[in-house]
Design a protein around this ligand. Structure first.
Ligand code: PMP
Length: 354
């Protein structure tokens, strides 16, 4: 192969998704999926759509935008919906909105897809260190005319910054595009969506994969000012004018409108998270405060990689990262109460065995 081609290929450093095991009998706490089924309403909605599958879907997914508009109290024109999860919306954002002369800013420890998109779209970036308690220091993000992106709450730490700090950041960076990735916001955080009415440079991205139990349907949405949403529509229409298929539009719409199911399952996960956090602390773990559907925890006397492997040997999958700054930590998705009980019992016996 010529040098030219191989150097192009070398520049592509893809994201490695969490393991999706083939066998069924594992306790899967490694990719932050919801342990509960999605709203029962979506079945009927999707079956009702089957007979129309011969027709192309609505390229604007207006019924879904109307549902989001109603529930999140924003106008339809301020909503972008996208297929293949919020990951693809993030891809559009990096591709179309975050290319600047100056490096874009994001946290040093954060969602590992961001540097992957930067490599793909030739975007330079600067990583801003977290503080000693693993918190994002939003006061350090100053960029005239550039781009800033961070998850709130952050991943994989689970820590959240208050909305007042996000507003300060927006005031300090009026000429930069600020993207808040709210993949986990429904598990106890305050969304920045209301700020999109006040700050034209803010884009908030959410997903139906976590709090709405629809990781398999691959739907996300973004909310922002007219110019930013229009920009995203242009990027989308430049390579795929049908971002969502008919089944995804129908299922996602039903899910957004079923507020009871949403409230019930997210409250259950929050409760289980708080219980699991206490149980891990009782086992000697240091657990970061989480506003997500996962916990980030390390044991001062036990190696993170080894614990991850020992859990795995016993049929429990959690996430471990090789970055030396966080390689003592385990990221544990909140499962059902029963799954979390098995996890703590297994950890307890591993720790006792030494
Ligand atoms: N942002 C963050 C911070 C995430 O952890 C994830 C899930 N891996 C996503 C975005 C994307 O999720 P999805 O593509 O399923 O919407």
């Amino acid at each position: 192969m010529s040098r030219y081609w191989s150097s192009l290929i070398d520049r592509l450093t893809p994201y490695i998704p969490g393991e999706q095991p083939k066998q069924q009998n594992v306790i899967k706490l490694n990719t932050n999926e919801n342990p509960y089924p999605p709203s029962p309403m979506i079945k009927e909605a999707m079956i009702g759509e089957m007979d129309r599958l011969r027709l192309y879907p609505d390229p604007n997914a207006d019924i879904l935008k109307d549902a989001i508009s109603k529930v999140y109290e924003v106008s339809r024109e301020n909503i972008f919906v996208g297929g293949n999860g919020s990951d693809e919306i993030l891809a559009h954002i990096f591709h179309g909105l975050l290319k600047h002369d100056l490096p874009i800013l994001f946290p040093e420890i954060t969602y590992s897809f961001y540097p992957v998109y930067c490599a793909l779209y030739d975007i330079t970036f600067e990583k801003i260190p977290l503080d000693g308690s693993f918190q994002i220091r939003l006061g350090d993000y100053i960029r005239p005319n550039g781009g800033i992106i961070f998850p709130n709450p952050n991943a994989p730490t689970g820590c959240i910054r208050p909305i007042e700090e996000i507003e300060n950041l927006l005031k300090q960076n009026p000429d930069s595009i600020v993207v808040v990735d709210e993949a986990y916001i429904d598990f106890g955080g305050e969304s920045a969506i209301p700020l999109t009415k006040k700050y034209e440079n803010l884009l908030v991205v959410q997903t139906l994969s976590k709090s709405r139990s629809l990781a398999g349907l691959r739907v996300g949405f973004a909310i922002g000012s007219l110019p930013l949403i229009e920009a995203l529509e242009r990027v989308k229409n430049s390579f795929n004018s049908y971002p969502l298929d008919r089944l995804a539009i129908a299922g996602a719409t039903a899910s957004i409108l079923d507020r009871n199911h949403f409230e019930k399952t997210r409250q259950k996960i929050i409760e289980t998270r708080e219980q699991l956090s206490k149980k891990l602390e009782n086992l000697g773990f240091f657990v970061l405060p989480s506003k997500t559907n996962f916990l980030f925890a390390r044991h001062p006397e036990h190696d993170g990689k080894r614990l991850h492997q020992m859990l795995r040997d016993k049929g429990i999958l959690v996430r471990h990262f090789t970055d030396p700054k966080i390689n003592q930590y385990l990221r544990i998705t909140i499962g059902t109460e029963e799954e979390c009980e098995i996890l703590t019992k297994t950890l307890s016996s591993i720790l006792k065995a030494g």
